[in-house]
Design a protein. Sequence first.
Length: 100
Amino acid sequence: EPWVTKQNPCDIEYAEDLITDTYPDMIIPTLSKMKYASLNNLEFGGQPLLTREEFDMITHDCLSLYQTKKKLRSATLLDHLMNYDAPEGLRLATAEMMVQ
């Protein structure tokens, strides 16, 4: 797929047409709810699914992995996944799925 060689997996900026915002600004209001009336008042044990601080920690982890090693400074996400060991690759892939 083209995105794996073209996009920055840690980029949280979202721009489409006239909307310029960050991804967490758009999703945190929903994910920080503790109860969803639209889901028959489904509750999550008094804890939000994801807080802004947790999202920021995931983003920080992504930034600590992406294009930080000398041989991967200009590499794509695919290059990183092909060169990292399994734990680092899984961390980067998971962060990408959360951030994007």
